[in-house]
Ligand binder design. Structure first.
Ligand code: FAD
Length: 518
């Protein structure tokens, strides 16, 4: 990997490439990795609007042991409106907060346009602008979609998910020995497993994390997705602090992209037959709009997973268990268990044993005994839920300003009411509530917004791209990330987004092979 990070301010961006990738989160990184593995002769340029904030580039800020250094990395990821120095560095701090616009370190909220009069809007939708994207700040939960969450026109989905797990370094064992994790799972299993197929039983949450030989946890970010294969690829160039302004499309064929060097302010034309836009589910359609690529479904079917949280204290645990592996000091939570989504139980349950109680408690707290439950719901998909872009107004990066139209339907309200009962019932299997009733987070808070560049089997106006992520009618333009997921999912989407990116990267590799063998 060569990086144009240090050659500033007079650095010169490349003039041409075989593939340009916009955005350095896990979806963009998956393209870089698969192409590095399969097309070693391809010249790949990745542009990222944010700076490098961690070493290796894209790595998770939770792996930075020093608190002040981690805070600097988080603030540097918060785009045009970073928080001040006193802001939190712990993403679990607001686990049980009822803030109207819930914010998490390393991210920034939309300044305006997040809610229209009479609608629910997405007041908590947020972005990260840094090498590694939001995956430098995420929790790393990587469940597989199940039943109606799956995409029935992607026949090789399981193999792609295997690849996604390989790229993200997913493990179901790294935290399995956390204090009381087995007890949490046993109690939940007694309540849930009887009527479920085996793959939907209560289980340890697959997480993108591994332990070093010394026992420290290392959270996967885009650095793990890049892997040594990308870092050692001399034909891969990462350009941080560079904004994709406009993809150049002539007669339905991609010719390149105009890139703004955020250091000099200059616009640079980068020619390339392939451009992959992996710029998150709100900024990917933004760049397409700015490029004049506006298929009817662009920005539509926007959906985020309505989320309810609750906390309990495990009942009947007498003492700290023995024989558990001590967590490294820099993890915010220990055991994570999973109650999978099913069509009969349409919630994705993420059960986290918290480091600290969300509310002050009397007496000593046994490690692992405070449990946060987060129930994510599948949204009732509507074409009218959408992000629109202004032809006149611009955002802080000078890109078309966003206006979110978003409403929860009657069905969504029923689902949320049922989820509140379901989460209380799940909590009762474990212990006694702490902190009162469950809290419904404001829309957008799951940070799992998706659907805006959804894939489809055919070009019937309800999708933006084909099952490989190539935009209908625009040869060489690919879209990637959670935005391509067409189903209403309740499970955390990143694994699925990365799996679908693998399919797109393989398609590009085949096209490049065909070109070079001519
Ligand atoms: P991103 O990671 O958002 O990366 C997109 C990148 O594109 C950004 O770096 C951005 O700066 C860049 N970009 C945007 N526009 C442009 C442009 N025009 N030019 C150049 N660059 C551009 N997901 C899960 O599945 N499981 C979890 O447990 C989980 N927990 C989370 C916890 C937190 C606190 C947060 C913040 C997120 C969490 N997520 C989780 C969400 C997860 O991080 C995202 O789903 C994932 O990062 C999306 O990957 P991506 O590559 O599509 O987009």
């Amino acid at each position: 990997m060569s990086s144009l990070s240090d050659a500033a301010p007079e650095r010169r961006l490349p003039d041409s490439a075989d593939v340009v990738i916009v955005g350095s989160g896990p979806a963009g990184a998956a393209y870089a990795r698969i192409l590095s593995e399969t097309s070693p002769a391809a010249r790949i340029v990745m542009i990222e609007v944010g700076p490098i904030v961690s070493d290796p580039p894209g790595s998770h800020v939770k792996n930075i042991a020093d608190n002040a250094e981690r805070a600097r990395a988080q603030r540097a990821s918060e785009g045009p409106r970073p928080q001040d120095d006193a802001a939190s560095t712990n993403t679990m701090d607001d686990y049980a907060s009822d803030a109207a616009r819930l914010w998490r370190p390393g991210t920034y909220l939309l300044a305006s346009g997040y809610r229209q009069p009479g609608e629910d809007g997405l007041p908590a939708a947020a972005f990260s602008s840094n090498v590694g994207g939001m995956a430098a700040h995420w929790t790393g939960a990587c469940p597989r979609p199940g039943q109606s969450e799956r995409i029935d026109f992607v026949p090789d989905l399981d193999e792609l998910l295997d690849e996604g797990e390989r790229l993200l370094g997913v493990s179901a064992t790294a935290l399995a020995d956390a204090p009381l994790a087995d007890e949490v799972q046993a109690r939940l299993a007694r309540g849930f497993d009887a009527d479920r197929p085996a793959d939907r039983h209560v289980q340890t949450m697959p997480l993108a994390v591994h332990r070093t030989a010394e026992g420290n946890l290392v959270w996967s970010g885009a650095d793990v997705v890049f892997g040594e294969e990308t870092r050692a690829n001399p034909l891969f160039t990462l350009v941080p602090e560079a904004l994709g302004r406009r993809v150049i499309v002539e007669d339905g064929v991609v010719r390149g992209i105009d890139v703004e060097d955020r250091r000099s302010g200059e616009i640079h034309r980068l020619t390339s037959p392939v451009v992959v836009v992996a710029a998150d589910s709100l900024r990917t359609p933004q760049l397409l709009f700015a490029s004049g690529v506006t298929p009817p479904a662009l920005g539509r079917y926007l959906n985020d997973q309505p989320q309810i949280v609750h906390a309990v204290r495990l009942r009947d645990v007498e003492d700290a268990p023995t024989g558990s592996t001590a967590d490294s000091a820099i993890t915010a939570q220990s055991g994570v268990s999973w109650v999978p989504f099913t069509d009969d139980y349409p919630y994705h349950g993420q059960v986290m044993q918290l480091d600290a109680s969300p509310v002050p408690l009397e007496g000593d707290v046994i490690p692992g005994s405070i449990v946060g439950l987060g129930w994510f719901c599948a949204k009732d998909l509507q074409e009218s839920d959408r992000v629109e872009f202004s032809p006149d107004d611009v955002d802080e990066y000078g890109m078309p300003a966003m206006r979110i139209h978003y409403t929860l339907t009657e069905r969504d309200h029923r689902t949320l009411a049922d989820a509140a009962e379901a989460i209380i019932a799940a909590g009762e299997l474990l212990g006694d509530p702490v902190g009162g009733d469950p809290i419904t987070f404001p829309p957008g808070a799951s940070l799992h917004y998706q659907g805006t560049v959804r894939m489809g089997e055919v070009d019937d106006g309800t999708s933006v791209c084909d099952p490989h992520g190539e935009v209908w009618g625009t040869r060489g333009l690919f879209v990637a990330g959670n935005g391509v997921i067409p189903t209403a999912t309740a499970c955390n989407p990143t694994l699925t987004g990365v799996a679908l990116a693998v399919a797109g990267a393989r398609r590009i590799a085949r096209t490049l092979d065909a070109l070079t063998s001519k």
